[in-house]
Design a protein around this ligand. Structure first.
Ligand code: ADP
Ligand code: MG
Length: 322
């Protein structure tokens, strides 16, 4: 038993939604244009994530499941210049430590590879017919860490948490077609046609998508763009503000406040807009190595970015005479 693997797994893999987040991020990093997620029993029995990306060569499988091994950064210096969603080399090792994992992958167009891991140990590997890309099946999550199982909420809540994460990833990557299903029921499907409004429509519904306004702004360091709701279209939580920094969904109170500041006094108390805020910047300005889930980042020039967001939003609202 590899104890350190199980302990470290606890930092990244808390629930089915975290498995999905990590596997989908890998699929995105692999250049996929289609990503499909299938759950059985809210992901507790089984999670399958299938992509059409680069695949993994058979002689790289062991490395992919080794902790702190990543193909995405090459040097210490690269840690401060991360342009992929992953870089810690922890996810596959962590997931495999607390479940049964099967990987089916093809990177070459020739024969592919199938391998199985249980509790962090490789059980088998063989040549196998596989489509281009990677399919990872995670069974019986936390079967060997019962304490962790106890922390899970109802299947309904666990599914909601997954939907929330896939929603944000889909909003961050409108050029990728996402499908999320639980036992044959579609929970999310996006077209992958690089149309943000249509993606918003798939995520929040057409009614909302039609009442969103595009905005744009830039300075020397940042490009911001996206869709924001008209002031009369609000929600009672900030959760509908999605901030996507170089494609990564981040939580950032200051930037969310900057979005709201763009509405001036159009927003009444406890009313929050719906917004998809895309930020592009040089990765050197972003330190993503703050937290294992990579959800929090440290940003140089955060104040400057806040101002840019606020002014880009307020000028659109002014123009629309609201
Ligand atoms: P990280 O994403 O931080 O590099 P992971 O443990 O998530 O670490 O993945 C380990 C490695 O496995 C990645 O660096 C990548 O080379 C490979 N990998 C994982 N998932 C995929 C995938 N879906 N397609 C192609 N390669 C993958
Ligand atoms: Mg990863």
């Amino acid at each position: 038993v590899n104890l350190s693997n199980q302990i470290a797994a606890g930092e990244v893999i808390e629930r089915p939604a975290s498995v999905v987040k990590e596997l989908v991020e890998n699929a995105i990093d692999a250049g996929s244009s289609r990503i499909r997620i299938d759950f059985i029993d809210a992901g507790l029995k089984q999670i399958v994530v299938q992509d059409n990306g680069s695949g993994i060569p058979s002689n790289q499988i062991d490395l992919a499941f080794t902790r702190h091994a990543t193909s995405k950064i090459k040097s210490e210096h690269d840690l401060f210049n991360v342009s992929t969603l992953g870089f810690r080399g922890e996810a596959l090792a962590s997931i495999a430590a607390v479940s049964h994992v099967e990987i089916l992958t093809n990177s070459s167009g020739a024969i592919g590879t199938r391998a199985e891991f249980s509790a962090g140990v490789k059980k088998m590997q063989e040549d196998a017919a596989a489509r281009q890309g990677t399919q990872i099946t995670v069974k019986d999550l936390f079967y060997n860490t019962p304490a962790r199982l106890k922390y899970l909420r109802s299947p309904r809540t666990e599914i909601m948490k997954t939907v929330d994460i896939v929603n944000r990833l889909a909003l961050g990557y409108p050029e990728i077609a996402f499908t999320l299903m639980n036992e044959g029921r579609i929970l999310l499907r996006t077209a992958g046609n690089n149309n943000l409004r249509q993606t918003v429509s798939s995520v929040y519904g057409r009614n909302i998508a039609e009442r969103m306004l595009p905005f744009k702004g830039s300075d020397n360091d940042f490009e911001v763009s996206g869709l924001i709701s008209k002031p009369e279209l609000t929600r009672s939580t900030r959760n509908f503000i999605s901030i996507l920094l170089n494609g990564r969904y981040i939580r950032n109170f200051k930037l969310a406040s900057a979005v709201m500041a763009g509405y001036g006094n159009n927003l009444t108390d406890k009313h929050y807009p719906i917004a998809v805020i895309k930020i592009k910047t040089d990765p050197l300005l972003v330190d993503v190595n703050v937290h294992p889930t990579k959800r929090e980042v440290r940003l140089s020039k955060e104040t400057e970015l806040s101002r840019l967001i606020t002014s880009a939003i307020s000028s659109v609202l002014l123009k629309n005479d609201v």
